[in-house]
Design a protein around this ligand. Sequence first.
Ligand code: TRP
Ligand code: MN
Length: 450
Amino acid sequence: MTQTWAPSSWRDRPAGQQPEWPDADGLDRALKQIESYPPLVFAGEARSLQASLAEVAVGNAFLLQAGDCAESFEEFSAVNIREKLRVILQMAVVLTYSMGVPVVKVGRMAGQFAKPRSSANERVGDEDIPSFRGHMINDAAPNPLARVPNPERLVQTYNQSASTMNLLRAFTKGGFADLNRVHAWTQEFVSSSPSGRRYERVAAEIARAMRFMRAAGIDTESNPNLSTVDVFTSHEALLLGYEEALTRQDSLTGGWYDCSAHMLWIGERTRQLDGAHVEFLRGVGNPIGCKIGPTTTVREVLELCQALNPAHQPGRLTLISRMGAGNVERVLPPLLRAVTDAGYPVVWACDPMHGNTYSAPNGRKTRHFDSVVAEIDGFVRAHRAEGTWPGGIHVELTGDAVTECLGGSDAVSEDQLDHRYETMCDPRLNGRQSLDLAFRVAELITNDQR
Ligand code: TRP
Ligand code: MN
């Protein structure tokens, strides 16, 4: 792993989960085009996220990484982006207020368009057709033509990411995220639920604190921290050609950065040590994540730390465990111990979604809110036992009132799944369930501190 690195050195390694593009020239053209486009993020922003994550690594901050399982070309509107941001901000307010530590906000947004699949084909009727791999590659419609990988989608991914990013910057810096507006973020449907009312109480307390500070001479004019937030972007770096095309040399430091997002992660299916994804991401300066599932061994996790963070930089590597509620307390502690003993300053985040997915009797893929909470509970217990910091959560959610995950304060049941099941991929927490979860997480972690 000490060989020289280049943005293209991944091409000599086996790369899992890459589509077979029938139009090789078209792919080339699309990638060249993207290579000539401006970066979506600036290297200095990625460094600033890494500095914030370094605070998470030492236990002084908490990471909230959240957004769609897969973003969609069709559901692309200002309202859609604003509602997702609104839920993330509401969760962040609850977590910041209850835990009393800064919350680092990272969206699965502005680039989360490619999905790894367990099988290359899907059975539809009596036909085998290529699996849906995300709008970056093909269309979800269940027919062979829609599933043909189309390189023009790469350019559209860039364009949609750019406008999403633009709107995120406008919302987070232009007044929408102002702490004087915590009340205004409450959607009607949220304020009528138990966690909505709980949120209203937090919002009222924050409004009082804001009035007090204004009276004491600290206002949003003199302190922009009160009126703006940093919401960073992230996605799974799956399609390496696209990531390579957006990898640029930073003029300040000379280092390489993948400027498609602030943070990139490696999926559980593509984290092979000698594989292309680890090779690509080890060379970029962005903070990176790696998912680790229930079969991860101590040896694997140490090798990943060495490959991805040989310099032991705090905040460089986030290990995102997705063990399943029934496994986490058994599988995680030895990993925590080994990484700590080896002196790697990682961020430990919990993805409580992907290890708890199952098919309901009607065939809908779903997750129960209680299993999501149970996995976070086990995650916090494991950290308590090892004396490490449960640094954050990584969740799939939407601002809409969908019925994709079961349970939560209004007890979505299996026979309600069909009402509003709108995800293109995995089931997401709806607005209420997300807010419920923020309160539960804050409780679990603050109990931990007592
Ligand atoms: N800038 C601070 C932060 O990001 C405070 C803040 C302003 C905030 N608007 C927010 C926190 C919205 C959470 C949500 O923490
Ligand atoms: Mn998913």
